[in-house]
Design a protein. Structure first.
Length: 285
């Protein structure tokens, strides 16, 4: 496989009156076409900042340096207009809190149609038809009715599925999923993970999955990058990182997660009412 995205020497600093304050230093990775990279780390480790920097979403208050070569173009040096044209069509991002990604004053269908018309250069009716098909592909019942609703009328899980459906309809080369299941209940998390696995197995789209959940990570990725305090501490094939971590911090994260899973399974074994949760845990772990 050939590389779709190669990031090297990525540094991000917050501009302050006292000078730049480093947030991310020395990040580098390669994402193959059709591959899946997991970026693992605790809250505040720099996972989201790294990907937002690559997509040009940080704004003027941040200083970004290094290279992020995507299909022969350095994303970090692209002018804003060229970057906007790439975002959505070639690179799409699934956000952690879907409600913040939608305009509360417009029906979901209007927002989906506007995005589809911009990137696919199609008419409104054709865009709405694509939107209906996208929701149906996400196993959403009565997609025509859902398109008439406002974001606040949908649950977080439903909005997340709408966002994933829109993402798939655009057929981007790269999807960045930024902790897409964090704010959802366990059953909805499982449904969203199944959709991400479907993206992964299609072979048409590469995936960057950002999470602190090792179990979810194991379901999806073939390469893993572990971050701590804004710096990479381990990078390599996922199975090697998860089974034989070399850095102290990666070993700590993985051993802690495994210990929690064992304790949960022991507790669930004593509580028959937790059978469903225990089944989800087996799949995710």
């Amino acid at each position: 496989m050939s590389a779709l995205l190669t990031v090297s020497g990525l540094d991000v600093a917050l501009r302050t009156r006292k000078g730049p304050r480093p947030l991310v230093t020395g990040v580098g990775f390669t994402l193959e076409r059709g591959g899946a990279l997991g970026i693992l780390g605790e809250s505040g480790s720099g996972k989201s900042v790294t990907c937002r920097a690559v997509m040009g979403l940080l704004g003027e208050g941040f200083a970004v340096s290094g290279r992020a070569e995507f299909q022969g173009r350095d994303l970090l040096s692209l002018p804003p207009k060229a970057m906007r044209a790439l975002c959505g069509k070639e690179i799409a991002m699934i956000m952690q809190h879907p409600l913040t990604s939608f305009d509360p004053l417009c029906p979901v269908g209007d927002q989906m149609a506007e995005t589809l018309r911009f990137h696919l250069e199609t008419g409104r009716e054709a865009a709405l038809e694509i939107a209906r098909d996208a929701l149906a592909a996400m196993h959403i019942k009565d997609p025509g009715h859902i398109l008439t609703l406002y974001p606040h009328q949908l649950s977080g899980g439903m909005l997340q599925r709408v966002m994933i459906g829109l993402t798939l309809a655009l057929q981007p080369a790269l999807v960045i999923a930024d902790e897409p299941t964090t704010a959802l209940d366990s059953l909805t998390q499982f449904e969203i993970m199944k959709e991400l696995v479907r993206i992964r197995e299609s072979g048409r789209t590469s995936l960057i999955f950002i999470s602190h959940d090792l179990g979810a990570m194991r379901m999806l990725v073939d390469t893993a990058l572990v971050m701590h305090q804004g710096a990479p501490v381990e990078y390599g094939p996922a199975e090697a990182v998860f089974s034989r971590p070399q850095s102290d911090h990666a070993r700590y994260l993985i051993e802690t997660r495994n210990a929690l899973t064992r304790r949960f399974m022991e507790y669930a074994g004593r509580r028959p009412g937790l059978d469903a949760a225990r089944g989800c845990c087996r799949v995710a772990g």
